[in-house]
Design a protein around this ligand. Structure first.
Ligand code: 5AD
Ligand code: SF4
Length: 484
């Protein structure tokens, strides 16, 4: 698979398409006698969220606004995820639901992108069963969305544009409208070379491509200058970032840690095989890098890890955990765990429970193994029966949930800095936010500290000192001490 660096003339073609679309939709808006709207439905991970922010940027640049009160707009885009089967089922269910709207309004446009569209069977299913989908396009070519949209309007027939190449385009050349005014998602690299045997991502997102170092740092500086308080550095495997002149993830973290306008620098995901001591040291010594490490375990059995093509052992994993807990004593650890990988025995599963009991994760994303056609594991014998997987999954959840609760309980009595993520306009005295260790907090504002002219949005991105009063299974309650 070749890596294609997107050329200036491609981007010029994209800009010309934007001008053409602007005219088309402005005429359509006059014809309909109302402003036009778009809706983007995003499934899956933060990288998809980041892609949706680019789609938003391009849709707004052609003159549409997000529709907030209904499920369908004049343009509906499904940004899909292929990591597990249930996300796929949801897409087909939702496509079914909008069928009547799409048929009733001949001008409505339905587009589908995201990882699912890199699996040929899914595209074939859309071609066969969902003719009212106007446009299927490549998740690696989000930047060319206006060209695909214009071409599909010209063609008046379903347009499918999926490429077998890997693309890299400088993110600063794509319009972005960010979903949250305090949080910026910043992909630093795309794709994955790890080929864990269960995972579809390397097929869907292609080989690893790192963004230009200077471009990332410039983007971060601009975000800081524009008042963003939180930045999330994203990549399927951020630690394997390789800049064009040998720059590493540590170099990015070092620069970000100097940007004091950011109260939180977050990053995900880290692969246990290449998280370095240096990353942990920077986390320990900085004032703005989150004290939270997301370290996907997947399985607590060396035998299964080998079958998964995850090149680390439980011993090495636990060493990293120990190092983190020692150097970042108030930090938190979260993980991803898969239950029921082909050939997983009760003993292997006990290994996973052992690690969970040793690490006592502050939070965890737990998954039942889902067969992904085309991956190595899909062809393995000894697929585990669904009832066994379900049983193990339930047992894991019960144990892990208890650690989440305990982690929340350990916060009670402490006072910490919380970055406010928002609140609800119906309960103006309650706000939500996160600690530097990524604990979710709901807190009340005492009467004398309330800001009567503030809406929930106005609090977003502010920092507050909060005293934690009560633990819940998935969050901590608290009371505001002061706004910072
Ligand atoms: N089945 C179940 N979970 C999976 N994940 C990835 N592929 C699969 C699969 N086939 C999980 C992994 C990964 C997370 C993003 O999704 O735990 O870390
Ligand atoms: Fe998938 Fe493994 Fe790459 Fe993560 S590291 S995206 S689990 S192949």
């Amino acid at each position: 698979m070749a890596i294609v660096s997107v050329s200036g003339s491609d981007l010029l073609a994209r800009d010309e398409a934007i001008i053409e679309l602007k005219e088309y939709f402005s005429a359509l808006s006059v014809r309909k006698g109302r402003p036009l709207t778009y809706k983007i439905k995003t499934y899956g991970c933060q990288l998809n969220e980041a892609d949706s922010e680019k789609l938003t940027g391009m849709l707004e640049s052609i003159g549409l606004n997000e529709c907030v009160d209904t499920e369908v707009g004049d343009i509906v885009i499904f940004n899909t995820c292929a990591v597990r089967e249930n996300a796929e089922d949801r897409l087909f269910g939702n496509l079914g639901i909008i069928k009547s709207d799409a048929k009733a309004d001949k001008d409505m446009i339905v587009g589908v992108c995201g990882c699912m569209m890199k699996v040929p069977e899914n595209v074939e299913k859309i071609q066969k069963s969902f003719p009212y989908v106007d446009l299927v396009f490549d998740p690696q070519q989000i930047h060319m969305f206006p060209v695909f949209l214009r071409d599909s309007l010209r063609r008046k027939k379903q347009l499918v544009n999926i490429s077998s190449e890997d693309y890299i385009v400088d993110d600063s050349l794509v319009p972005i409208v960010r979903k949250r005014k305090f949080r910026a998602l910043v992909p630093i690299m795309y794709g994955c070379n790890n080929f864990c045997t269960y995972c579809i991502v390397p097929y869907a997102r292609g080989r690893e491509r790192s963004r230009d170092f200077y471009s990332i740092i410039t983007e971060l500086r601009n975000l800081e200058a524009n008042g963003y308080k939180e930045v999330m550095l994203l990549g399927q495997n951020v630690n394997s970032y390789k800049g064009p002149n040998g720059e590493t993830f540590v170099d990015i973290l070092k620069e970000a840690s100097k940007m004091t306008g950011f109260s939180r620098v977050r990053f995900m995901s880290s692969h246990p095989k290449d998280i370095s001591d240096e990353v942990i040291d920077i986390m320990a010594n900085s004032t703005n890098i989150e004290t939270h490490l997301h370290l996907p375990l997947q399985s607590g059995s060396d035998r299964i890890l080998k079958l998964m093509n995850r090149p680390y052992t439980v011993e090495k994993y636990l060493k990293t955990v120990d190092q983190f807990r020692t150097k970042v004593p108030n930090g938190s650890i979260s993980t991803d765990i898969i239950v029921g990988f082909p050939g997983e025995t009760e003993e292997d599963f006990q290994g996973t429970l052992d690690v969970v009991n040793k690490v006592k994760y502050d939070s965890a994303f737990t998954f039942q193994y889902s067969i992904r056609p085309g991956t190595v594991a899909a062809k393995m014998e000894n697929q585990i029966p669904a009832d066994v997987v379900k049983d193990r999954f339930g047992r894991l959840l019960e144990i892990q949930n208890d650690y989440v609760y305990k982690s929340n309980q350990a916060k009670v009595g402490l006072t910490e800095e919380v970055l406010i993520e928002g609140g609800s306009n119906t309960a103006p005295d309650i706000l939500t936010g996160r600690t530097r260790s990524n604990h979710l907090v709901n807190f009340t504002i005492p009467k004398n500290l309330q800001k009567p002219d503030f809406t929930a949005d106005d609090y977003e991105g502010m920092l507050a000192m909060v005293k934690f009063t009560h633990a819940r299974p998935y969050s901590v309650d608290g009371e505001l001490v002061e706004f910072l």
